[in-house]
Design a protein around this ligand. Structure first.
Ligand code: ATP
Ligand code: MG
Length: 419
C-alpha cells in the first residue's frame, strides 16, 4: 500500500487528449499532486467548465493535431495547451507555436519534470523570473541551514541544475561547511557585487562556485571586513540578478530582522519559517508572522516548516501550529543520526540516507516550493517507504521499459519553447 496521502486541497482539472495508455498513465502520475486528468480521445463538442490545462499527444500527424489545437482554442480561449512530443518535428513545433500552443514536453525524457516545466513557463509568461525561497527563523539553531542546503539540493534536481544556494547568515554562514566546501576558494557575495554589471549568462554560470552535486553556491566572504559592503539595497539587486539566471534561488537568512533580512523576505516567493516544536521557537514564529502581516506580505508566500517533529509532540504545540493559520505547514521528522552525521561528513542527506523519511519529506517540500503543488505527506513508518519521487521514477521506468531518462535535452529544448 502506498504511504503517500494527499491532503484535502482541491486538484485542478486537466484534459488529456490522446490514445497512448502508457504515456497517459505516466503523465497522470507525474502531475497528480496538482492536476486531475480527464482522458479524452477527441475534442469535446461542449467544453467542460474549470479546465486549467490541456495536454495533447503528438506522434507525427501534424494536420490532425493542429486541427484539434484550433478547435480547442476556439472553444476555450486562453486555456494553456501543451503538446507531448512523441516525435520531434520542427515544422510542427513552429506552426503549433504560431497557433497559440504554450509549450512542448518531450516524451518520455521530460515527463518526469512536467510540473516543473509547466510552472516555469507560467512564471516566465507572467514576466516573472526564477523562484526565491528564504529560510528564516528568528531563533537560531532550529535547523535553517541543514534544511536550506538539503532543500536546495532537491530543488537543483527538480530544476535540472538551475538552482543557487545563497548564504546570508552573517557573519559566519555554515552552508559551505555543511557542503564540505570550506577548504576551497569560493566565489563570494562580494565577488558577485564586483561583477554585477558585467554578468551575462555564460559568465554567471562560469563564475559561481559549484558543489560536486552540481548545486551553485554563493557564500559569504571569508574576510569579515568585506561584509561592510553589503546592505539591504545591494541584497535586493543581487537576488533580482540571480533570479534572472536561475530557476530557484534558496537563501539561508540570518536570525535577525536587519535591513538585509527584510530585503530577502521582500524579494521572496516563499518565506519559509523554520521552527522546532518548542514554545520559544513558536513564539519567535508568532513575532515574525505579525511582522509579515504589518509589512503586507502575501499570505500565500508564507510556509511553516516544523523541524525535528516527533510523533509524540504534545497537543498544545499542535494547537499553536493551528492557531498560526498558515496554509502551508510541513513537518520534518527528528533524525539525529541522519542529519547530524551527514552534516558532520559534509554530505547531502539524499546521498547519505536517501531512503530516510526526512529525505522524502524534504523532497516533497522542495516540490511544494518550486511547483506550488500541494504537499504530499510521507507517513512515518518503521519500514523504509518510497518517496513520491522514487515512486514516480520507478513507475515511469516501468512504463517505458528501460528507455533512458536523459535530462541532457532539457536545456536545449528550452530554446525551442517560445511562449
Ligand atoms: N530534523 C532534524 N533532526 C535532527 N537533527 C537536526 C534536524 N535538523 C537539524 N538538526 C541538527 O540541528 C543542529 C542545528 O542545525 P542548523 O545548523 O541547520 O541550524 P541553524 O538554524 O542554521 O542554526 P544557526 O542559528 O546556528 O545558523 C545541527 O546539528 C543539525 O544536525
Ligand atoms: Mg545556520
Amino acid at each position: 500500500m502506498s504511504s503517500i496521502q494527499a491532503t484535502s486541497m482541491a486538484l485542478k482539472q486537466a484534459i488529456y487528449l490522446g490514445v497512448d495508455d502508457d504515456l497517459r498513465e505516466a503523465v497522470r502520475v507525474a502531475v497528480m499532486s496538482k492536476y486531475e486528468l480527464e482522458p479524452m480521445k477527441e475534442v469535446p463538442h461542449i467544453w467542460p467548465d474549470e479546465i486549467s490545462l490541456v495536454l495533447m499527444e503528438f506522434d507525427g500527424n501534424a494536420d490532425a493535431v493542429l486541427e484539434q489545437v484550433n478547435q480547442i482554442l476556439t472553444l476555450a480561449k486562453g486555456v494553456p495547451v501543451y503538446i507531448l512530443l512523441k516525435q520531434k518535428d520542427a515544422d510542427f513545433i513552429i506552426e503549433a507555436n504560431h497557433q497559440g500552443v504554450q509549450g512542448f514536453i518531450e516524451c518520455p525524457n521530460e515527463v518526469f519534470s512536467i510540473l516543473s516545466i509547466l510552472h516555469m513557463q507560467d512564471r516566465r509568461r507572467q514576466g516573472k523570473n526564477g523562484n526565491v525561497s528564504s529560510l528564516f527563523s528568528l531563533k537560531g539553531g532550529v535547523g535553517c541551514t541543514a534544511l536550506a542546503t538539503n532543500l536546495a539540493s532537491h530543488l537543483n534536481d527538480i530544476t535540472e541544475g538551475r538552482t543557487v544556494l545563497v548564504d546570508l547568515n552573517m557573519p559566519l554562514g555554515d552552508t559551505s561547511l555543511y557542503l564540505n566546501m570550506e577548504g576551497q576558494r569560493l566565489y563570494s557575495l562580494t565577488d558577485f557585487i564586483y561583477n554585477l554589471n558585467r554578468f551575462d549568462e555564460n559568465l554567471i554560470y562560469k563564475s559561481l562556485s559549484r558543489h560536486e552535486s552540481g548545486l551553485y553556491v554563493l557564500s559569504l566572504p571569508n574576510e569579515v571586513g568585506e561584509l561592510d559592503s553589503l546592505n539591504g539595497e545591494i541584497i535586493k539587486t543581487i537576488i533580482q540578478s540571480l533570479r534572472r539566471y536561475y530557476d530557484h534561488v534558496v537563501i539561508d537568512c540570518a536570525s535577525d530582522l536587519s535591513d538585509m533580512t527584510l530585503s530577502c523576505l521582500d524579494e521572496s516567493d516563499n518565506i519559509v519559517l523554520v521552527a522546532e516544536p518548542s514554545l520559544s521557537s513558536f513564539r519567535a514564529v508568532n513575532t515574525v508572522l505579525q511582522l509579515t502581516q504589518k509589512l503586507g506580505y502575501m499570505k500565500e508566500s508564507i510556509k511553516l516548516v516544523v523541524n525535528r517533529s516527533t510523533s509524540q509532540d504534545d497537543e498544545t504545540l499542535e494547537e499553536v501550529v493551528d492557531a498560526f493559520k498558515v496554509d502551508a505547514v510541513a513537518r520534518v521528522a527528528n533524525d539525529y543520526f541522519g542529519l547530524n552525521e551527514s552534516l558532520k561528513e559534509g554530505r547531502l542527506l539524499k546521498e547519505y540516507k536517501p531512503e530516510s523519511v526526512v529525505n522524502q519529506q524534504l523532497f516533497n517540500i522542495a516540490n511544494m516550493l518550486h511547483n506550488g503543488s500541494m504537499s504530499v505527506e510521507v507517513a512515518e513508518a518503521n519500514k523504509p517507504v518510497k518517496s513520491a519521487k522514487g515512486l514516480l521514477k520507478s513507475f515511469l521506468q516501468k512504463m517505458f521499459q528501460g528507455r533512458v531518462f536523459s535530462t541532457a535535452s532539457r536545456v536545449e529544448s528550452k530554446k525551442v519553447v517560445v511562449s
